[in-house]
Design a protein around this ligand. Structure first.
Ligand code: FMN
Length: 341
């Protein structure tokens, strides 16, 4: 599978990288739910696979240092199931040679369709080592990283940034540095590093920046629902939109965006469909992590049942259940119609 940011169909719809969330299991679910209509009765209203915009999956960040040190767990995180493709692997790090070598190793082993560099993460344990958003204060180093990685890989390279470190207009100069260094696409989360998650992602600013670049730009931040994703596309005029928190517990958001782009009203998710997808996700999660996955899956269960009417008592029980069978039984009680007939 080949990914070309310059020519891939517009608007580009992407799943944002999220540490501890966009692992292989979740990415498989997103791809399958986005592309396969699970309810034949609604087929005529839903857009078909051929006419829909393919979701581009961005995998959670991994440490370039750990890859180069041959850390088994980190390398395992970069394995790709064919269901997930096209997939972009994100790396973080601040040493150009290490970043290039890590990308070369991952490309040789797993052949992702693209690489992304994390230059937007505001978390202390990342920025204090000059990683993530700290690179926005080091444009020369950022440019060296892009150049080194470009010469080490054969697939497109993108960069994910914030609007700035503390000044939201820093992205204008910084994005041009990245473009000149050879980045093929930039994603902008329209908040500064100092803002963290406070305030709002500035879609007007993202739109202003998009107009000044010749490479495509993805708008990120606060597109939490399908209608908001359409608004983000309209307001920014960007080549595409990247969705993070809006996809947690809601892999349907991508087919809903496709429905809206095709002029159809999205079909609400039934309890039966919710349980069907949770079971699928649990199965993939356990395949990836083994029985300890019952505990690590709880964070996904919280998202799947967030705001769902009547789910509270089931949620409480799900959070204390210790085996996959127990989880499945509670899910069947929540939606008896999802039991096999
Ligand atoms: C749990 C979580 C983990 C995240 N991990 C990453 C990451 O690995 N790499 C990255 O570039 N951004 C990461 N982000 C930031 C998101 O990709 C995204 O930029 C941000 O949440 C804004 O988008 P949203 O409003 O659609 O959530 C993470 C966000 C969350 C909530």
């Amino acid at each position: 599978m080949f990914l070309n940011w310059a020519t891939c169909p517009r608007p580009i719809i992407a799943l944002s990288p999220m540490a501890d969330m966009t692992d292989s299991a979740f990415c498989r679910v997103v791809r399958l739910v986005a592309q396969h209509n699970p309810e034949p009765a609604q087929a005529s209203r839903r857009v078909t696979e051929e006419s829909s915009h393919q979701v581009i999956i961005f995998r959670e960040m991994v440490s370039a240092e750990a890859v180069v040190r041959d850390n088994e767990k980190t390398l395992g995180m970069t394995a790709i199931h064919d269901d997930e493709r096209p997939l972009v692997q994100q790396l973080f790090g601040s040493n150009p040679n290490t970043m290039a070598e890590a990308a070369r190793i991952i490309e040789a082993q797993h052949r992702p369709e693209g690489f992304d560099i994390n230059m937007g993460c505001p978390v202390y344990k990342i920025v204090h080592n000059f990683n993530g958003a700290a690179l926005m204060r080091e444009p020369k180093l950022a440019s060296e990283i892009v150049r080194a990685m470009k010469s080490a890989i054969t697939v497109p390279l993108s960069v994910k940034i914030r609007s700035g470190w503390s000044n939201p207009r820093e992205c204008f100069e910084f994005a041009h540095v990245l473009e000149e260094a050879g980045a093929d696409l930039i994603t902008v989360h329209g908040r500064t590093k100092s803002q963290g998650y406070s305030g709002k992602s500035d879609w007007n600013l993202i739109g202003e920046l998009a107009k000044t670049l010749s490479i495509p730009l993805l708008a990120n931040g606060d597109a939490h629902t399908a209608p908001l994703a359409i608004d983000a596309l309209k307001t920014t005029g960007a080549a595409g939109v990247m969705i993070a928190r809006g996809a947690l517990g809601n892999p349907w958001i991508f087919s809903h965006i496709n429905d809206l782009l095709a002029g159809c009203a999205p079909t609400p998710v039934t309890n039966e469909e919710r349980v069907r997808v949770i079971k699928l996700h649990l199965r993939y999660h356990l395949e990836q992590y083994g029985e300890r996955g019952v505990t690590t899956f709880r964070k996904h269960l919280s998202w799947y049942f967030r705001g769902v009417p009547g789910a509270k008592p089931f949620k409480e029980r799900l959070h204390t259940s210790c085996s996959a069978n127990e989880v499945l039984q509670i899910l069947d009680e929540f939606s008896p119609s999802s039991l096999p007939s």
